[in-house]
Design a protein around this ligand. Structure first.
Ligand SMILES: *Cc1c(COP(=O)(O)O)cnc(C)c1O
Length: 321
């Protein structure tokens, strides 16, 4: 893995060709109410409508499309708090490859069921006491499987970047692009796409307040590791950004801001009530920064990545109550 070169926009363009016909070209939605709140033109790239419910299908499918015959025969392994697991399981199924997924035992039930439903073998661990990266590496060695991590991989980053590529191709140049950030796969790829297709666009990363490791990393100039954050944004509850991801963030991301769980719930409610969409808490991060005016964007053309829609319905009803 470490032998692969850092991804560039050419890799994003290559990924777009590889996923074509397999990933959905998701809709870009607008809302007059949202525009009125922000005083700007907002373009929501709705990855909650992507296959398996999140952008992660893009990176996973792209990564598997690079497997050689030996890798295809041995299978793929990964660790994930949810959406990457489903993305790998579904991509592997489509590609006819065996998949093993290491998941936290407290992952949302819907995500775990969906992973098994796509035919993935699930192995659970305790995310507060065990290290998923070690478990994944050990199993990969024992079984000869190829490990595709959720964000720290050039093919994953390139695949995720196709979301912003499609968005900007549809909207034309943007002033701002807001992207949520866990380990930095999505924002890494999207920043490469924005830099190539809309060079004046400022890319803003959005993290949960409880887990602002990327914000700290950018300030300090090195990757900062934090404890597992407790936030409803489970998809962004990572403890550090990736090695491939950080240099891209340093180079192409203008700044990183944070939003609280309460702001995420307000945004989740906005999406449900005004735009009639189910968005998971993590998927609300980027929109929350705009709609809650964490960053003022008056008069600007603003892209917002809505990253996913996988949320347990009982939990969703709690949030909306
Ligand atoms: C994984 C995920 C994120 C975070 O993506 P990174 O590539 O780890 O930064 C954000 N939103 C959703 C819905 C996700 O599944």
């Amino acid at each position: 893995m470490s032998t692969l070169p850092a991804p560039t926009f050419d890799d994003v363009a290559d990924a777009a060709r590889r996923i074509e016909g397999f990933a959905h070209r998701t809709p870009v939605l607008t809302s007059r109410t949202a525009d009125a709140i922000a005083g700007a033109s907002l373009f929501f790239k709705c990855e909650n409508f992507q296959r398996m419910g999140a952008f992660k299908f893009r990176g996973a499918y792209n990564a598997l499309s690079h497997f050689n015959d030996r890798q295809r025969a041995a299978g793929v392994i990964t660790y994930s708090s949810g959406n990457h697991a489903q993305a790998i399981a579904l991509s592997a199924k489509l590609a006819g490859i065996r998949a093993t997924i290491v998941m936290p035992e407290d992952a949302p039930a819907a995500k775990m069921e969906a992973t098994r439903g796509y035919g993935g073998e699930v192995i659970t661990y305790d995310r507060y006491t065990q290290n998923r990266e070690e478990i994944g590496r050990k199993l990969a060695e024992e079984r000869g499987m190829t490990l595709i991590p959720p964000y720290d991989h050039p093919h994953v980053i390139a695949g995720q970047g196709t979301a912003a590529k499609e968005l900007i191709e549809e909207t034309g140049p943007l002033d701002y692009l807001f992207v949520c950030l866990g380990g930095g796969g999505l924002i890494g790829g999207c920043a490469l796409a924005a830099a190539a297709l809309s060079p004046d666009c400022k890319v803003i990363g959005v993290e949960p307040e409880a887990g602002n490791d990327a914000q700290q990393s950018l300030a300090r100039g090195e990757i900062v590791h934090i404890d597992v954050p407790r936030t409803i944004a489970d998809g962004a509850a990572s403890t550090h950004v990736g090695e491939y991801n950080f240099p891209i963030i340093q180079r192409h991301v203008d700044r990183i801001v944070t939003v609280s769980d309460a702001q995420l719930i307000d945004t989740l409610r906005f999406f449900a009530q005004r735009m009639k969409m189910v968005v998971e808490p993590t998927g609300c991060l980027a929109a929350a920064a705009v709609l809650q005016k964490v960053v003022p964007v008056e008069g600007k053309r603003v892209g917002v990545i809505v990253s996913g829609g996988n949320v347990d319905l009982p939990k969703l009803s709690q949030y909306l109550a």
